[in-house]
Design a protein around this ligand. Sequence first.
Ligand code: C5P
Length: 228
Amino acid sequence: TISKLLAPEISLEGKKILVTAGPTHENIDPVRFIGNYSTGKMGFAIAEAFLQAGAEVHLVTGPVALPDIEHVHMVRVNSAVEMLDACTQLFPEMDAAVMSAAVADYRPAEVATEKIKKKTEELHIHLVKNPDILATLGSLKNKEQVLVGFALETENELENAKEKLNRKNLDLIVLNSMRDAGAGFGHDTNKITLIDEKEARELPLKSKKDVAKDILFTIAGLLKIKNN
Ligand code: C5P
């Protein structure tokens, strides 16, 4: 395609990249869970882009309807705790990590061993906080590694994103717009602002494929700075 011909060639050969994608499912009992509407499209597009650029890609994904990507190391998980385990195991070997999963903030404190019966008028499920995978990797990060998080804010977008960048020890935040039609969950397009230490770059609405490329170029730049 023309866009492929025009895009500057970039090689990430020899680089290892971890990507998270999709929702997590937090079990309530053997047949029920708490989840969200993330489709995994953005994370899979990012994995695909890095693969095209020659990187070794490890994709840790929650439950999604998308098929495995050939030549990508696929790790399919269910819950946030399982995703954390997979990510902390892989991260020390990685040059960069892009966390695009919509991880559930809370999980049931206990998982019932039998299907919960509808005996009472009200049912209370006690939830406990899930580990923050991104922040955990931020605390493990070394000088050469590039760590990228996503943010979806409804107010004080830039300010909150910047605060998150510092608090979680990130190199880049991909801010998803809530205000624009055609962006976010389930759509094939997305509108993002890329935020690093120095600047915030607001990009136009694009296909998730092209958004993935913008993210890749930015990460390639950050890797170069850190590893020179
Ligand atoms: O703090 P907040 O949930 O807004 O941060 C969003 C970013 O953190 C996303 O990159 C998401 O993948 C990541 N995250 C995570 N583990 C969590 C919650 C969020 O990795 N438990």
